[in-house]
Design a protein around this ligand. Structure first.
Ligand code: AMP
Length: 273
């Protein structure tokens, strides 16, 4: 596996590739969720490039940028074992310049839910993702459904800026108790891990309610609130796939999204109906 630290090395490496390229952007502290994306890419492409870059501009002041988990040695091993061909691990100076055009995420979907709680977060996400896509020019790029709003905004960016990459959405990977895997789970102590299970439990309760025939979003949200009452809930929302709030469940076009704090750790999860 090649380790590429500069954009120049990455550009030269990319030029040497003639077949399909799969790309998996990450912020490191890799877990089975990331590995599932990497495996999908390795299976479906001749070459797989993974990036590890903790993107400073997508963190708000006071968020965990400086303490974000860093497990470089383990990440390298994981990538190597998973069959990654090249790992791009740049410094911030390689990615950002003093004067550069700014990409702004569309208002409609970037200031609700995650964007409401974390204004300008998605501007930072799109800015780094477009740079990484331009550098790696992938045939396919893999993103998790766990970050549903991010996935939507990236698909929208790729379409509207005519980028020649297929965005491949990947299923949410959970631990044996249902907790959606996240690098931030590393912040949770044993007790908080137990509390955090209520997030996926609330989604399960919602799906059971829907299977029983309950289609009123508010009633489903009430049931979820009960399960989440011990946590500091930031939002519970039921939307269509374009993130418009809905009052009645449409079994073909619906998502249930939750964000909650467990202690100091902010976690998100969702379910696509
Ligand atoms: P991150 O390192 O958190 O920026 O995540 C990198 C990619 O992995 C993103 O596309 C995430 O949506 C995806 N991802 C993170 N956690 C999971 C998970 N539990 N299941 C599937 N994909 C995930």
């Amino acid at each position: 596996m090649k380790i590429l630290k500069t954009t120049k090395e990455l550009i030269n490496y990319r030029k040497s590739l003639t077949c399909n390229v799969g790309f998996v952007p990450t912020m490191g502290a890799l877990h089975q969720g990331h590995i599932s994306l990497i495996k999908e890419s390795v299976q479906k492409n001749n070459n797989t490039i993974v990036s590890i870059f903790v993107n400073p501009i997508q963190f708000l002041a006071g968020e965990d940028f400086t303490s974000y988990p860093n497990r470089q040695k383990a990440d390298l091993k994981i990538c190597e074992l998973a069959g990654v061909d090249a790992l791009f691990m740049p410094n911030t100076d390689e990615i950002y310049f003093e004067n550069e055009p700014i990409l702004v995420a569309p208002m409609k979907q970037s200031f609700i839910l995650e964007g409401y709680q974390r204004p300008k977060h998605f501007d930072g996400v799109l800015r780094v993702v477009i740079k990484l896509l331009n550098l790696t020019k992938p045939t396919n790029a893999y993103f998790g459904k766990k970050d549903a709003q991010q996935l939507f905004l990236i698909q929208n960016m790729v379409k509207t800026l005519f980028l020649d990459t297929t965005i491949v959405p990947c299923e949410i990977i959970r631990d044996e108790n249902g907790l959606a895997l996240s690098s931030r789970n590393a912040y949770l102590d044993e007790n908080e891990k137990l509390q955090a299970l209520n997030i996926s439990k609330s989604l399960k309760i919602a799906s059971i309610e829907i299977m029983r025939g309950e289609l009123h979003a508010e009633k489903i949200k009430e049931k979820m609130k009960e399960v989440l009452k011990e946590l500091e809930v930031e939002y519970i929302e039921i939307t269509n796939r374009k993130f418009d709030k809905i009052e009645k469940i449409d079994l073909k076009n619906c998502m249930i999204l939750v964000a909650a704090k467990v202690g100091k750790t902010r976690l998100i999860d969702n379910m696509w109906i």
